[in-house]
Design a protein around this ligand. Structure first.
Ligand code: XMP
Length: 513
């Protein structure tokens, strides 16, 4: 049976990923595609429905992004949101112009609950508006199905042609009944049964990986992070010992983390796979000696990883498939314009150049992060690994300001372990986006007992963030900070001062380097 799919056509709006996620929450598979996608390609997917996103342009502008009007004749239900609604109106002969009053934020909208899109909803509902243009007149054949005092066409529909449009954004949380609206679109208008679930994703993936790989050999770089772990377990369930996972312990992991990864994936762990742990701690400390420039440190850590992986791959010989834990936001983001490089993130980008293989497999390519986590739970991966907070590829290398030494690694590992323990004890671990201890390069004078000390300052960091692109410093209760400070000073040798980082992002970044 063909998988029910909804396509989101991207016109440059800021909530595009959110639309796709909301549709998937209705248990219907959804993909974001560029608005330039050819009609033939759209037809080939046989989508059950199409959603036009918002966007920053004016639908009547000469150079504005638009799709071919042929799309309206396919007989596939379409929902236009914000710019998408204006584009639909403009292309079908309605009038779009600059609104006399721009609407922004929570707005009470009167809905026609006889319209399928709003069936079962309240006649007056709070919706999220964000527009300067508006549809002044709906195209012929359309009914106005919602309005506000300053927006005559807050929604419109032409049920005969299965065309629907909303000026407001049903996908954002501020639209109180937005979920129900999208559910109506997906189920009642597009006729989706909504059977796309994580367990079916896991089962289908295992089957298709098995079929694709046959008796081929598979190689995976395992970091112990959520994405590579879920990818590895999926492959292990599919092809067992045909899979080899290489885990490089670069000595810049959190306290005991290397052993934890080994306990889960190693010979005494729960999975059928070949596990190779490379203990490269000393090699990294040697290479990092005397280096204090952040980008140089990152490059060394990344390049060394590639060298080690190459050495291991050579030992294994020719492999057929290389696994990467790419997830959907990586796929979408790499398709967008490049922004300034603030930090050169090292992931597994350089591996394909050094491994002799036939094809890359990216089993999580279509999943959002929370879906990867659901798949992880479905696969029986321990929750503490599945819900692990993000940890940068270069590890503690970017949490030690200046030169990295074994002694400094030890200090930051110990301090960080205490911090994490106390945060968990205080029940704050689930609500914080990311939190960790970093080692500043500052030594200062203190007094302990009757002695003068001249030791390092540990910085504690905790942020709340939804996307890690921006973040706010979290307000950790003073009692917790106080306890952590006392414990670090008493228990971690070489530290005589603890600071809390109050900086947001921007202007700070989450990591220190
Ligand atoms: P920044 O410090 O750029 O961090 O505000 C944003 C998020 O990215 C993580 N991060 C990295 N992840 N390789 C990674 O895989 C890296 O080099 C890297 N640098 C930062 C960081 O932990 C945060 O979640």
């Amino acid at each position: 049976m063909k998988k029910e799919t909804i396509i989101v056509l991207d016109f440059g709006g800021q909530y595009n990923q959110l639309i796709a996620r909301r549709v998937r929450e209705c248990n219907v598979y959804c993909e974001i595609k560029p608005y330039t996608m050819a009609i033939e390609e759209i037809k080939a997917i046989e989508p059950k429905g199409i959603i036009f996103t918002g966007g920053p342009n004016s639908a009547y502008g000469e150079a504005s992004p638009r799709c071919s009007t042929e799309i309206f004749a396919l007989g596939i239900p379409i929902l236009g949101i914000c710019y998408g609604s204006q584009l639909m109106a403009h292309l079908l002969g309605g009038t779009v112009k600059t609104a006399p009053v721009s609407e922004y934020g929570h707005t009470e909208v009167e809905l026609d609950t006889a319209d399928l899109m709003f069936e079962g909803l309240s006649p007056k509902s709070i919706c999220w508006m964000s527009h300067t243009d508006y549809i002044a007149e709906a195209p012929e054949g359309f009914h106005v199905t919602a309005h506000t005092p300053s927006c005559p066409v807050a929604a419109m529909s032409c049920p005969e042609q299965k065309l629907y449009a909303t000026q407001f954004h049903p996908e954002v949380m501020h639209t109180q009944e937005g979920k129900e609206m999208l559910q109506n679109f997906v189920r009642k208008i597009c006729g989706c049964a909504g059977e796309w679930k994580m367990d079916s994703f896991v089962e289908d993936s295992i089957q298709s990986l098995r079929q694709k790989i046959g008796d081929g050999k598979v190689l995976c770089a395992l970091s112990g992070g959520v994405d590579s772990s879920v990818a590895a377990v999926l492959l292990s369930k599919a092809v067992g010992r045909q899979l080899t996972c290489v885990f490089v312990d670069h000595g810049l992991l959190r306290k005991e983390e290397g052993d934890e990864v080994e306990a889960i994936f190693g010979p005494n762990g729960a999975y059928e796979l070949n596990f190779i742990r490379v203990n490269a701690q000393q090699r990294y400390y040697d290479r990092l000696k005397g280096i204090d420039e952040p980008e140089e440190k990152r490059k060394i850590i990344g390049t060394e990883f590639i060298h080690i992986f190459e050495e291991e791959a050579k030992k294994i010989g020719k492999v057929d498939y290389l696994v990467q834990g790419t997830i959907y936001p990586d796929v979408i983001e790499s398709g967008l314009g490049k922004s300034a490089v603030i930090k050169s993130h090292h992931n597994v980008g350089g591996l394909p150049d050094v491994v002799d293989f036939r094809e890359i497999i990216e089993p999580l390519r279509s999943l959002f992060k929370d879906e990867v986590r659901k798949a992880g739970l479905e696969l029986g991966i321990p929750p503490r690994l599945v819900f692990r907070q993000p940890f940068p590829g270069p590890g503690l290398g970017v949490r030690i300001v200046g030169e990295v030494t074994e002694e400094k690694v030890k200090i930051v590992q110990e301090a960080d372990a205490i911090y994490r323990e106390e945060i968990a004890k205080a029940g704050l671990d689930k609500e914080l986006g990311q939190y960790f201890a970093a080692l500043t390069n500052m030594r200062s004078v203190g007094v302990m007992g009757d002695f003068r000390t001249y030791d390092y300052a540990i910085a504690l960091r905790a942020v709340n963030t939804s996307d890690f692109m921006t973040a706010e410093a979290a307000q950790i209760p003073w009692e917790v900070l106080h306890k952590v400070t006392n414990r670090i000073i008493n228990e971690v040798k070489g530290v005589n001062r603890v600071l809390y980082d109050c900086t947001g992002k921007p202007p700070g970044t989450i990591e220190f380097e």
